[in-house]
Design a protein. Structure first.
Length: 101
């Protein structure tokens, strides 16, 4: 069963610096994680329900199954990516594992 790691980033204090680092450093690290099948990312543009735009950016990393996700995150590249996430993720950012039906 395909699983996805979904990352939600809260608004950064310096969006320009965050975007530069995200595009030049973090995304290349993430896309090199072993076992990654697909990577999608973007910035939230609006909250259609009229509520607060709680998150700034998302990333979705797809893996064949839970074992592939765990192996990828446990690899040297996965650990580098996780370490960089700790450096750039604004407070309140979250990560979820989604089992695709």
């Amino acid at each position: 069963m395909t699983v996805k790691l979904v990352v939600l980033y809260t608004p950064p204090s310096d969006p320009d610096a965050f975007e530069k680092h995200y595009r030049e450093v973090h995304a290349p690290l993430a896309t090199a994680v072993p076992g990654l099948q697909d990577f999608a990312a973007g910035r939230f543009a609006a909250a259609l329900d009229g509520g607060e735009l709680s998150y700034y950016r998302y990333a979705e990393l797809s893996f064949a199954d839970q074992a592939a996700l765990e192996a990828g995150l446990g690899s040297e590249q996965g650990q580098k990516t996780a370490g960089d996430y700790q450096q750039i993720a604004p407070p309140g950012s979250r990560m979820f594992v989604v089992a695709v039906d």
